[in-house]
Ligand binder design. Structure first.
Ligand SMILES: Nc1ncnc2c1ncn2[C@@H]1O[C@H](COP(=O)(O)OP(=O)(O)OP(=O)(O)O)[C@@H](O)[C@H]1O
Length: 523
């Protein structure tokens, strides 16, 4: 009796010490085997769905479907009563899992199958005792067996409860994380909406994509027509990224002559070429820790494209004339208004660079395809004008908006901005902008003053400049000037683009792009 008490206490202590369910079941089954001379003891655990019993000790076939009555455990669970199974009966059951268990138990003369249920009625699983001397009443009636069984059930429930709690905590944490992520994305989208204005579906989803792109280190390729906001997008990516405190280096590949672009990007050492009278840090190095924005990437010369590709693979580069390679940790955002696909097909743009640049592709929709944005954008530009000038219109009338909605904005948001700013100038402070002051279509039409020049003067200088004091927006004036020159030159060459391009020292492709941009036709 004394001996049994000691054994019971030792076994109980061992069970209580187990802090997870698999260890608890393993310890309990080993103890039962030792204490009652069993050839084997198994504890089959009912899973959360209540449909499958698992026997983790069985290497293979350790799962028993509770609805499959070709194994004896389903009966035991269904009746809730313990039962004995003889060796002869066991041989007759052809369930693969059961046969594996029978085999691994050394085919005992008898098996005792006992369902285990908690006080709250929750079914835990099935206990399987295997023995060659079946005296199940003698064993299961012993206080030691009853005590151990009771303790096992108690500890089993405790483990399930703490597992439930861990799961619930994990679930809670996951949903909180999810909420937090969604909240962060929402706030960042709101922040972005102050500079990238527009309530249309496409703009809302573009902002969400920008926030996602900003959170990654992937190279971003922004595509869209001229003036649609690619630059604003690139700045948004930089400002919302963890590089926001670092530099944002902007390079317009179309604005820098091909011969200079390489040394501008890579930098050079003193004496690297004639005129290089001192070392110069390149833009790649300047972008270290920040973002490099390569605008008009479609205009990058082929030879430089290969070098850029190499830099993107390794972030290593060598300034012109330098012996050592340098490293720069920058994030690349590139933009283009040209369909790069066409460049790839005609061999002027490297396909591998295209894929490397567009790890996170973004497309900015032309303004004509999102007329819902016109009102918010117009009000945004009116506010900017008023802030800058100290006073301005109150808003814009619905008739004026209606007029804008009928226009197709080849110059996109930039053109809208110019139209609104000009209208602001002509609208008394505090009034709404009216349709009469919206000078739609004006941008690329030759102003009266220019065409009114006498024909002999035109022959000498067919593109007269507007009076300098009339220029309010240098970029617009320069573009209009460029458009007028191209139009005139095409006229001179009877619409022959190749000749016109050559006479202006432009590649044919660039002239074609400018014609598209300024809506200049050959006729
Ligand atoms: N969604 C927008 N919200 C507010 N301003 C915008 C938006 N889109 C464009 N703009 C404004 O329109 C003008 C042109 O935009 P931006 O320079 O970004 O166009 P882009 O696509 O980069 O043009 P380009 O192809 O000529 O380089 C800028 O003044 C810019 O601030």
């Amino acid at each position: 009796m004394q001996m049994e008490l000691h054994t019971g206490i030792d076994l109980a202590v061992a069970l209580i010490q187990q802090d997870n369910l698999p260890d608890l079941l393993k310890t309990a089954t080993r103890q039962l085997e030792n204490a009652f001379g069993l050839t084997r003891c198994w504890a089959l655990e009912l899973d959360l769905s209540g449909r499958t019993l698992h026997c983790s000790d069985l290497a293979e076939h350790g799962e028993f479907d509770c609805g499959d009555f070709s194994h004896p455990f389903a009966h035991v669970l269904q009746t809730g009563k313990a039962r004995e199974l003889t060796r002869a009966a066991s041989y007759r059951l052809d369930h693969v899992g059961f046969q594996a268990l029978f085999e691994a138990s050394d085919r005992p003369r008898s098996l005792w199958l006992e369902p285990l249920t908690g006080n709250d009625g929750r079914t835990l699983g099935v206990l399987v005792l295997c023995r060659d001397e079946p005296d199940w009443d003698g064993i299961t009636g012993q206080p030691l067996y009853c005590g151990l069984r009771q303790l096992l059930v108690h500890q089993w429930i405790t483990q399930l409860q703490s597992r439930d709690q861990v799961w619930q905590r994990r679930l809670l944490k996951r949903s909180l994380d999810h909420l937090h992520d969604a909240e962060t994305v929402r706030t960042r989208c709101e922040q972005l909406a102050r500079t990238l204005v527009g309530n249309s579906q496409v703009m809302t989803s573009l902002r969400a994509q920008i926030v996602r792109a900003a959170g990654s280190q992937l190279s971003v390729l922004v595509q869209g027509e001229t003036g649609c906001g690619k630059d604003v997008v690139a700045r948004g990516i930089h400002e919302l990224s963890d590089r926001a405190d670092g530099p944002m280096v902007v390079v317009n590949c179309a604005a820098i002559p091909d011969t200079l672009l390489e040394s501008e990007l890579f930098g050079h050492t003193r004496g690297a070429f004639s005129g290089a009278d001192r070392d110069k840090q390149g833009l790649l190095a300047q972008a270290n820790g920040g973002t490099l924005f390569l605008d008009e990437i479609g205009d990058m010369p082929l030879a430089l494209q290969s070098k850029l590709l190499r830099v993107l693979e390794s972030r290593q580069f060598r300034p012109l004339g330098a012996r050592e390679e340098q490293h720069s940790d920058f994030r690349l955002v590139a933009a283009t208004h040209q369909p790069l696909q066409a460049g790839i097909e005609d061999g002027s743009f490297r396909r591998d660079l295209f894929y490397r640049l567009s790890q996170f592709p973004l497309r900015v929709t032309p303004l004509r395809e999102r007329p819902e944005d016109l009102e918010a954008l117009s009000r945004h530009f009116i506010r900017l004008y008023t802030e800058r000038e100290g006073s301005g219109p109150m808003g814009i009338s619905s008739h004026a908006l209606h007029l804008l909605a009928g226009y197709d904005f080849p110059g996109n948001v930039r053109e809208l901005r110019n139209i609104i700013e000009l209208a602001c100038l002509q609208t008394p402070g505090g009034d709404d902008i009216q349709p009469e002051v919206l000078r739609i279509n004006d941008l690329f039409e030759e102003p009266d003053g220019w065409t009114r020049a006498p024909s002999d003067a035109r022959d000498r200088n067919p593109v007269d400049l507007p009076a300098v004091e009339e220029v309010r927006d240098l970029k617009v004036a320069a573009q209009a000037f460029e458009a007028a020159i191209i139009r005139e030159r095409l006229r001179q060459y009877g619409g022959n683009r190749a000749q016109a391009a050559e006479s202006l020292g432009l590649p044919k492709r660039t002239l074609a792009h400018k014609c598209l941009k300024y809506r200049v036709t050959e006729s």
